[in-house]
Ligand binder design. Structure first.
Ligand code: NAD
Length: 271
């Protein structure tokens, strides 16, 4: 009898409506899968509509949750508004926004192209602002909601060859704290999660290993070792490490937490 009762118990995120941006691959896809597993219905927003659609099918067939894939460029105000309108038309409310989109380019500061600087700030910082503002307008009416930005350890401390990325992520924490103040009276909590290096992510596989290996004259394996050796807990960050914190921050168990930036770095970043 006890087992039957437990199998019908609802989890803390059962039937919550969550938007995840940048959900087509990498960390965003992993967070969307985990939120679905925890009981959320998902809106998967990405410039890569094909990838988002594939994940929507997977979520519907694996966890029997509703999933809506949308083509959204987070830097385009009209597209972000449409994302919110279509979410409301489909689901009638928004409980959680995971603002996950982020890009990186590594260049030494004296050679940092202005174009790359502008693009990184636009996507990582302005994109977060636009998504959060539009979603917050709905959440204000609801007098309830959770906004989580996927930030980075580079938002807590400067990062080699990553001036624009680090500046955009530091800015993201300023925005997170400020929005937390603006929105607290409406029962909306705003927090950031700051992962360490996800050394098995496509971003590393397709770009960062090569860049670091070239710049340092090391092999890929040596680059990986260099990054894991500096982590007190001695390993790379995983999607699951980040998802555990995102699930907690999304839930009512975190109801007294707002304006925080939580490091998930195996002890590399303290404070
Ligand atoms: N990979 C890491 O080691 C690492 C470490 C710390 C923090 N992060 C952060 O995690 C987040 C996700 O990183 P990732 O490694 O999964 O990246 P990724 O490049 O694998 O995925 C990013 C996703 O965002 C989408 N995207 C890019 N520009 C977009 C735009 N303008 N509008 C909508 N979608 C857009 C891409 O199509 C892609 O699906 C980022 O904010 C990143 O800064 C990553």
């Amino acid at each position: 009898m006890k087992e039957v009762f437990l199998s019908h118990q609802k989890g803390p995120l059962e039937d919550r409506i969550a938007i995840v941006t940048g959900a087509a691959r990498g960390l965003g896809a992993a967070l969307a899968r985990r939120l679905a597993q925890e009981g959320c219905h998902l809106v998967l927003a990405d410039i890569n509509l094909e990838g988002a659609k594939k994940l929507a099918d997977e979520i519907e067939s694996t966890w029997a949750r509703r999933a809506l894939a949308l083509a959204v460029d987070v830097t385009q105000e009209a597209q972000v508004r449409e994302m919110v309108d279509r979410t409301m038309a489909q689901f009638g409310r928004i409980d959680i926004l995971v603002s996950n989109v982020g890009i990186v380019e590594v260049h030494e500061i004296t050679e940092f192209p202005t174009e790359a600087w502008r693009k990184i700030i636009e996507i990582n910082l302005t994109g977060y602002f636009l998504c959060a503002r539009e979603v917050a307008n709905v959440m204000k009416e609801q007098r309830r909601g959770v906004i989580i930005q996927v930030n980075s350890k580079a938002g807590r401390q400067g990062s080699l060859w990553s001036g624009a990325y680090s500046a955009s992520k530091f800015g993201g924490i300023g925005l997170t704290q400020s929005m937390a103040l603006d929105l607290a009276p409406y029962g909306i909590r705003v927090n950031a999660v700051c992962p360490g290096s996800l050394l098995d992510s496509p971003l590393w596989e397709e770009y960062l290993y090569n860049e670091c290996a070239q710049k340092w004259g090391l092999s890929r394996e040596e680059v990986r070792k260099k990054y894991t050796d500096e982590v007190p807990l001695g390993r790379a960050c995983t999607y699951e490490d980040v998802a555990n914190v995102v699930v907690f921050l999304s839930s009512d168990q975190a109801s007294y937490m707002t304006g925080q930036a939580i490091n998930v770095t195996g002890g590399l970043q303290m404070g």
